[in-house]
Design a protein around this ligand. Sequence first.
Ligand code: GRF
Length: 206
Amino acid sequence: MKPRVGILISGRGSNMQALIRAAAQSGYPAEIALVLSNRSDAPGLEIARRHGIAAQAIPSRDFRADRATHEAQMTHALDAAGCTIVCLAGYMRLLTPYFVQHWAGRMLNIHPALLPAFPGLDTHARALAAGIKIHGCTVHLVTETMDDGPILAQAAVPVLPDDTAQTLGDRVLAQEHIIFPMALSHHISGQSVPAESTAALVSPCA
Ligand code: GRF
């Protein structure tokens, strides 16, 4: 039986959709069993249901500062669905050390920058402000430090002279949709992502 994956989202869900689409291929080594959102208005919930995936909101606002109880409910839902791996796909709430330790080595995150550069928010605007010429995205295992942890895959894109945060973000997002399913697949199979599979994405700056 393929390992069952739970995806945590907070919004749009385009990375979630990329994972669902990849896992729908017969050769993919994982099954998406559940999508959880900490926001009941996350558009990704409906997208998941349209793909036939169970999707549930566990609104964090109902728990206010009580992160532990919110996370206990999420763990309960993930366990009930038989999930053994968690993917954070635009999940915008900090996790407690307890939750992180519980899923240690089994929880992946996608970040829209080439870590360790630009952890945190607004990565594309910050990348443009810094004047960097190569930007990208990272899939990594989640540890207690935000946007840290062993790197599983990265993809790089050029920063073009006329880029805005939007155009640069769109270019990065297209690569996120490629490397997240790839990294999950390789992680489950116990392989590292071959460097050449993502390095070729960088093209010379105009
Ligand atoms: C992505 O850029 C991801 O890297 C970041 O949050 C965004 C989520 O977008 N962590 P989506 O909901 O997957 O479309």
